[in-house]
Design a protein around this ligand. Sequence first.
Ligand code: SAM
Ligand code: SF4
Length: 354
Amino acid sequence: MEDLHRANIKRSLYDCLTMNAEQYSQFLSEIEKLASLNVGDKVYFRGLIELSNICVKNCYYCGIRRGNTNVHRYQLPIEDVMSAVEISFQQHYGSIVIQAGERSDSVFVDYISKILRAVKHKYGGQIGITLSLGEQSRETLKEWFELGAHRYLLRIETSNKELYQKWHPNNSLHDYDKRLETLHLLRELGYQVGTGVLIGGPFQTVDNLVDDLLFFKEIDVDMVGMGPFISHPNTPFYNKLETNADLRSRYDLALRMISALRWLMPNINIAAATSLQAIDPMGREMAVKAGANIIMPNVTPQTSRVDYQLYPNKPCIDEEAWECKGCLDARLSMVDRCVGYDELGDSPHFFERL
Ligand code: SAM
Ligand code: SF4
């Protein structure tokens, strides 16, 4: 019986990813109602701080991989981090996300702890803190949680272990099982747990994506951030697949993934990935229409944004952080949504599972 139920869900997800445009636009009106009922009509902002592009890993798809020697490496000093937090606070974003390349050495771990202490000291619990800093040890994650980080984003990238191995070098730094274990660990430690996948990457099939959606449900995540793969010229995956038609279909597929996930897990937080906006200027707003309820405006100092290029065509490189808000407000009103200013906008699913 259970198998039959799973098979039916699988079929519905597959249909959602492959239905024609007219059917999808009808499905979208259902999704809008579902989102409104389960996560409300508001969109929540997280000020995104791209803390550092120094990374020990070499993921084949990523522009800041260790092997790309054309990147100018940086780490924001604490003054710049604190002014990015202040901008988020002044703009009433309610939360920040601190993201960086992966490092687990003690100097880096201590630096994050220092930032968390400073944020806690200045803002108390007035601003939500999400980390996206890759795989870390139990001790590190526990320390950061105790210092006030309460959400963590760690994309599994693909839930298919064989595909994961095709997307990463074959060594202990890039271990699917460890990534999965870290997701379980985060949950055990009390974080709101977010994961996600790359959409339309080399060798990936629609069946893989359906399995990814089922994976999110199986591990019972609180938040998902997923976006289209965009190939970067200084990576091994450059031109593995690259035509404009491909890029557009990856974009469409990413929007459908969001809708399918909203249908499957109605009360989780779903982020509108910035990579959607790199393909279409209205990408993030279209993601909100498709079922997303989180947007991460960039608050990184403009001078460093240019060095944090995971993929080409990164949007908003030339803008200062304060310019983003007015622009986003206007764009969101185009899709009939308002912003939950000064609200944490935690995942309702997290409280339900507690
Ligand atoms: N280093 C941490 C990690 O990998 O978990 C966090 C930062 S990493 C840059 C954030 C995300 O960027 C990755 O999870 C990956 O999915 C995404 N990313 C990297 N290269 C990309 C590309 N070429 N196109 C789209 N997204 C990409
Ligand atoms: Fe490093 Fe994350 Fe890029 Fe992989 S995806 S190379 S871990 S920054």
